[in-house]
Design a protein around this ligand. Sequence first.
Ligand SMILES: Cc1cc2nc3c(=O)[nH]c(=O)nc-3n(C[C@H](O)[C@H](O)[C@H](O)COP(=O)(O)OP(=O)(O)OC[C@H]3O[C@@H](n4cnc5c(N)ncnc54)[C@H](O)[C@@H]3O)c2cc1C
Length: 383
Amino acid sequence: MDHFLSEEQEMIVDIARQISDERIIPQRAELDEKHAFPGEILNEMAQADLFGVPIPEEYGGFGGGCFDIILAVEQLGRGCIGVGTAYAANFLGTYPLIFSGSEEQKQKYLPEVATGKKFAAFGLTEANAGSDASGINTTAVLDGDEWVINGTKQWITNGGEAEIYTIVAMTDKSRGARGASMFVIEAGDPGFTFGQKEKKMGIRASSTTELIFKDCRIPKDRIIGRQGSGFITVMKTLDASRPGIAALGVGLGQAALDEAASYAKQRVQFGKPIIAFQAIQHMLADMATHVEAARALTYAAAKHIDANPKNVSKASAMAKLFATDMAMKVTTDAVQVMGGYGYMQEYPVEKMMRDAKILQIYEGTNQIQRNVIGQELNKEYAR
Ligand SMILES: Cc1cc2nc3c(=O)[nH]c(=O)nc-3n(C[C@H](O)[C@H](O)[C@H](O)COP(=O)(O)OP(=O)(O)OC[C@H]3O[C@@H](n4cnc5c(N)ncnc54)[C@H](O)[C@@H]3O)c2cc1C
């Protein structure tokens, strides 16, 4: 379906599609097998200016909105959502600075992100604080002109690869959610190290590590926004970023559909290509319909966010929920259409099905997305 993109948006799609086709798809199986971070591919993406898309123009970017960035993410996700996750998590790590950073912080960090010179990551989750982020135990205590940070963040995408980390720590535990603040940490800050790289079911091209803070000392001006405003920035960040996860789902769903449909045209059983069987046609018809529906909702949510209304949480959560449940279903059905061949590593749908699962888990599980949508409905219908 035609979504009537502007010339600039078509250009973003073309650049990301070309990188996906020429650089990501030929390498994705190897990156997956070796759990290898796609540093070279990301450098090429930087040279193609893809890192500047959502960075404001005054800091060296293109000042694009949520819709612009998800167009790039969708194309990268069509190639490999491990690579797409590394790219998208870079902006997850950057949004706190864009939304709540001081002028000095923006001038220091954003131009380096826009050119791809430096890479970012976002650290919220801890061993005992996943869906319930208010349970974080990492602390930040002011000591003279420095914050002293202690604690461990878990499963942080781009961990060990990024140079800029935006993290959440408690500055006053007694104030509950209002006692959390965000900070920017730089690789190389004293007392800041990484845990081992996790071995994962899927998205193996993305790096996932712990961030370990042991009396990590950072200058006082590294706090992002007001003290105690950490969770407000986190919520804004996740609202802006979740359509990106939806877009990874759309790209992945499209890729799985493409593989399954081409296979069904050439696989012959009972003397006919299997696409001639109505059972297979119906599966493909449902897959194609769900991909288009997820794309339409994801694009609509991104455009809604770009219009800057008061509340975007429901639209953002709906897109993430629908498109990622779609990706899990469509990749599973792609394996089914391809039968035993689909289950073999020789064909890409095996990896696609393994990769899809994370989309229903990170940036808030799909149960949490339903909670967000439900809470918003509860407010709307109380009026
Ligand atoms: C590969 C990977 C990359 C990640 N990258 C990052 C990152 O870059 N930065 C970061 O900060 N975090 C990251 N995470 C963490 C991720 O966001 C969390 O895993 C996720 O939010 C869920 O938390 P949990 O795994 O602790 O699950 P839990 O919160 O323990 O949930 C377990 C189950 O209980 C359900 N559940 C929990 N509470 C409720 C409730 N109230 N209602 C209904 N169901 C509920 C959940 O939906 C889930 O099914 C990453 C995780 C992974 C696996």
